[in-house]
Design a protein around this ligand. Structure first.
Ligand code: FDA
Length: 497
């Protein structure tokens, strides 16, 4: 309520925020979470909470009047359609040179993502988080995060015969024929549930094309894991459709947090003010960076250091499709949850998920999301004339990602005698290089913050999300975001409370 005072306020309900809330509550601290997106706990008119990728409606996108599907063409035909403007679940946030996809709602990115839960190889960790002791991460915090998130792997025997993973088996065969290692990719989807979907004994979610706009069944999002445990403590409350606009120093070492309450059309219906002893920025790489850069530049938090806004990267994301021969169908039924990848990290700095095209028809296409070692880093800055935070990412900066991904797919195409699909991202466009699903950085650990996420110029302010990680995790990021949050909150609880 307006004028309230809380011991700990968490901005955002994604991975970093959910870890902070649970561990603070377990330590006896009352926590209030503010989330700009919706609660996603009430069914819509069709009886479902979430809509399907094949029939996107008002629930699909955050305040857009037209969908902006990541794969937006098929056989050169545009797939996007008009939708009513609504506080939907997926934000396709457009900056100058890149569209950044993010989840909006209680659960953050866990609501929309593919659930791929990958721990980086230990030998790569020094490049991911150079100031963090790998021993404690691999012995304590990665295992803790994987257990709490409910990470599991497809049953290899079931995989071999499942119709919905023909696309992955084709991807494996092509990788192996080119001498590239295939690996199973762990996921937080309930694999036993998926087996029941395939057997026809459970309501279909992954096997009905649900992904991107939410899964009505099967996927263990943060709503089922960390946030459920946090609420069960009785110490955590959550306000959805509440967007933080400002965090300013107040008397007694506390902070005044200004919050805008939104309606489902995106309008501000009330502006509230809350006083907090401690504030945890967990609005995601982009959300946290935008807040901190604006608050520093406008003189609200002028002592934030000059590292704020820097070292932002897109985890080297790039997508592509390959056209298969007619004797290599990938299947009309494709599980929306990937379960395998091609690992060329060692010689090509590329890790490619064998991704579905869950269109419901045979496409004769193999589709991939590659995570590459793109070295480019961008910076957020405040534009006082436009009154907004901008990002200086350049479209051409994806070229290293494309080159790294080609270390896999040029090789496979040469071996198989196949070509790239050029109809998935617009006419004659091979590479999906206009976007990222994996924004990272902007308030990097040990640079913008101290070694545990403290914004030291302002005691009681912390960063605890993907903004801490300098642009790349070599694999899908949320396990690392979760494990780092576990490490940092343990230290903060032990020394600051
Ligand atoms: P996250 O983005 O999860 O949470 C931030 C929350 O803060 C959001 O709910 C947001 O609405 C809220 N917020 C922002 N600004 C606010 C403000 N001013 N006031 C109040 N609330 C505010 N990763 C992976 O490891 N495996 C995968 O398979 C995938 N797949 C994937 C698919 C798609 C489509 C997307 C968009 C993303 C993925 N990801 C992924 C990425 C993964 O989801 C992402 O890295 C994490 O969700 C980031 O976690 P954070 O805690 O940093 O923020």
């Amino acid at each position: 309520a307006d004028g309230a005072r809380v011991p700990a306020l968490v901005i955002g309900t994604g991975y970093g925020g959910a870890v902070a809330a649970l561990r603070l509550a377990e330590a006896g601290v009352d926590v209030h979470m503010l989330e700009m997106g919706m609660a996603w706990d009430v069914p819509g008119p069709d009886g479902k909470v979430f809509c399907n990728t094949r029939e996107p409606d008002h629930r699909s996108y955050w305040l857009r009047t037209r969908t902006k599907a990541p794969v937006n063409y098929f056989i050169g035909l545009p797939l996007d359609r008009d939708i009513p403007r609504y506080t939907g679940i997926l934000d396709a946030e457009e900056f100058g040179g890149i569209t950044v996809y993010q989840g909006r709602g209680v659960g953050g990115g866990s609501l929309v993502n593919g659930g791929m839960a990958v721990t980086p190889r230990r030998e790569d960790f020094g490049a991911v988080l150079p100031s963090v002791n790998p021993g404690e991460m691999y012995d304590v915090y990665y295992p803790r995060a994987n257990a709490a998130l409910g990470v599991g792997t497809v049953d290899p025997d079931w995989f071999e015969s499942a119709a919905c993973y023909q696309y992955t088996r084709v991807g494996r065969r092509h990788a192996r024929r080119s001498g590239l290692p295939f690996v199973f990719v762990p996921d937080v989807y309930d694999w036993e549930y998926m087996e029941r979907e395939a057997a026809g004994t459970a309501t279909k979610s992954a096997l009905a094309g649900e992904i991107l706009y939410g899964n009505n069944h099967g996927k263990k999002s943060l709503q089922q894991t960390y946030l459920a445990r946090a609420r069960a403590t009785g110490r955590v409350t959550v306000s959805a459709l509440h967007r933080v606009a400002s965090v300013a120093p107040a008397s007694g070492g506390r902070y005044t947090v200004v919050v805008e309450q939104l309606d489902t059309g995106g309008g501000v219906t009330a502006v509230k003010s809350v006083t907090a002893d401690r504030v945890f920025f967990a609005a995601g790489s982009v959300g946290t960076s935008k807040l901190l850069v604006k608050l520093k530049a406008t003189g609200v938090l002028p002592l934030l250091n000059d590292e704020v806004g820097r070292d932002w990267g897109e985890n080297g994301n790039v997508m592509c499709g390959r056209a298969n021969h007619l004797w290599d169908p990938t299947g009309a039924l494709q599980s929306a949850i990937p379960c395998g990848g091609i690992d060329n990290r060692a010689s090509g700095r590329a890790f490619a998920e064998v991704a579905p095209l869950p269109t419901g028809i045979e496409t004769f296409a193999s589709f991939y999301l590659s995570i590459t070692g793109n070295p480019h880093r961008a910076r957020f800055s405040w534009n006082p004339v436009a009154g907004r935070v901008e990002l200086d990412w350049q479209t051409a900066w994806k070229q290293p990602s494309i080159d790294m991904a080609r270390s896999i797919f040029d090789r496979i195409n040469a071996k198989e005698g196949t070509v790239y699909r050029s109809d998935l991202f617009g006419a004659y466009k091979i590479w999906g290089d206009h976007l990222t699903y994996h924004p990272l950085g902007g308030a990097v650990l040990n640079r913008a913050t101290d070694g545990h996420g403290r914004l030291t110029a302002y005691p009681g302010l912390y960063v605890i999300d993907g903004a801490l990680i300098p642009g790349n995790t070599t694999v899908n990021p949320f396990v690392t975001i979760t494990a780092l949050a576990e490490r940092n909150i343990e230290k903060i609880i032990a020394t600051d409370l």
